[in-house]
Design a protein around this ligand. Structure first.
Ligand SMILES: NC(=O)c1ccc[n+]([C@@H]2O[C@H](COP(=O)([O-])OP(=O)(O)OC[C@H]3O[C@@H](n4cnc5c(N)ncnc54)[C@H](O)[C@@H]3O)[C@@H](O)[C@H]2O)c1
Length: 261
C-alpha cells in the first residue's frame, strides 16, 4: 500500500543521513511521496545534504538553499517551489539552532538575550514563517499537513537542554495556534516529539553522551527510538490516516515521557 501516492511536499532539515528529516524523507518516499528539499547555504552544506538525498534514491533532487532566519530566502524558496510543483500536500519542519555554549547543565541562568532570541527565532518562529508562506499553495492543493519536530525538554526540565527547551515550548504552542487558524483551509499542523537520536543537533547539547544508555534503561519499550520510528509517524501525519488530527504533539520516544522517576 502506498499511503502517500500522489502527494508532494517540502522537507526542511536534512543535514546528513542521520538527520530526523532524512528518516522522514526515506519513509515518505517509500510510501510514494514526491519530496523537495532545502539545504543550509554554502557549498559544503549543499554537498552534504545532496549526498544524503541521493542516498534516498532521488536521482535529480529539487534542492535549494535556505537560511530559515532570512525572510527573503524563505520567500524565494516558497515561490520557486510553487513555480516548480504547483501543489504542496505536506511540509516538514525539522530544524533547530541554539548556541552550544548555553546548552550546558547549570548554565541556563547565564543565557544572554541574543542567544535566547536566536534559539526562539530559528527553532520556533520559523514554523510560523514557513506556514505563512505555505498557506496559499496548500489551500490551492485542497489542504495539507504541516509537521515539526519537538522534544520532551519543552515540557520538563532536561539538564543541558536549557534555552532549547524554551524554544521547543514555543514551537509546540506555535503549532497549536497555527492549527486553530489554518484548520479552516484543511491545513493540519502537528508536532512529533521525538526521542533522543544521535545527530549533529543533539550532539550540541551537553550531557548527551550517556543519554542513549539512560533512555534505553528507562523507556517502556526498553530501547532508544530509531529514525525509522519517527519516519513512520511522519507518514501517518502526512497521510489521510490522520485526517481528523491537528494541533497534537505525538510522542515517538519508546514511551520514555511516561516515566516520572
Ligand atoms: N536528535 C534528537 O535527539 C532530537 C530529539 C527530538 C527532536 N529533535 C529535533 O529534530 C529536528 C532535527 O534535528 P536532528 O536531530 O535531525 O539534527 P540535524 O542536525 O541533523 O538537523 C538539524 C537541521 O537544522 C538545520 N538548521 C539549523 N539552522 C538552520 C537555519 N538557520 N535555517 C535552515 N536550517 C537550519 C540544519 O541545517 C540541520 O539540517 C530539530 O528540530 C531537533 O530539535 C531532535
Amino acid at each position: 500500500m502506498s499511503l502517500l501516492a500522489g502527494k508532494t511536499g517540502l522537507i526542511v532539515g536534512i543535514a546528513n543521513d542521520r538527520s530526523y528529516a532524512w528518516h522522514i524523507a526515506k519513509a515518505m518516499i517509500e510510501q510514494g511521496a514526491r519530496c523537495a528539499f532545502t539545504h543550509l547555504p554554502g557549498e559544503k552544506n549543499e554537498r552534504r545534504t545532496r549526498k544524503a538525498v541521493e542516498a534516498l534514491g532521488v536521482a535529480d533532487p529539487w534542492m535549494v538553499p535556505l537560511d530559515a532566519g532570512n525572510d527573503a530566502e524563505l520567500d524565494a524558496v516558497f515561490s520557486s517551489y510553487a513555480e516548480r510543483f504547483d501543489v504542496m500536500h505536506f511540509l516538514v519542519h525539522s530544524i533547530a539552532f541554539a548556541d552550544r555554549e548555553w546548552l550546558q547543565a547549570g548554565k541556563f541562568v547565564e543565557t544572554p538575550r541574543q542567544a535566547y532570541l536566536s534559539a526562539i527565532d530559528i527553532s520556533a518562529y520559523t514554523l510560523l514563517a514557513m506556514a505563512q508562506r505555505a498557506k496559499a499553495i496548500m489551500t490551492r492543493s485542497g489542504g495539507g499537513s504541516i509537521m515539526a519536530m519537538s522534544y520532551y525538554g519543552a515540557e520538563k526540565v532536561v539538564p543541558g537542554y536549557n534555552v532549547m527547551g524554551v524554544a521547543k515550548a514555543a514551537l509546540e504552542c506555535t503549532g497549536r495556534y497555527l492549527a486553530a487558524e489554518l484548520g479552516a483551509h484543511n491545513i493540519r499542523v502537528n508536532l512529533i516529539s521525538g526521542g533522543y537520536l544521535r545527530t549533529l543537533a543533539s550532539s550540541a547539547v551537553g550531557g548527551t553522551d550517556t543519554m542513549a544508555e539512560r533512555t534505553a534503561e528507562r523507556a517502556p519499550l526498553r530501547r532508544n527510538v530509531e529514525g525509522a520510528d519517527v519516519g513512520k509517524a511522519a507518514v501517518f501525519l502526512a497521510s489521510d490516516l490522520s485526517s481528523g488530527m491537528t494541533g497534537e504533539t505525538l510522542y515517538v520516544d519508546c514511551g520514555v515521557n511516561l516515566i516520572g522517576a
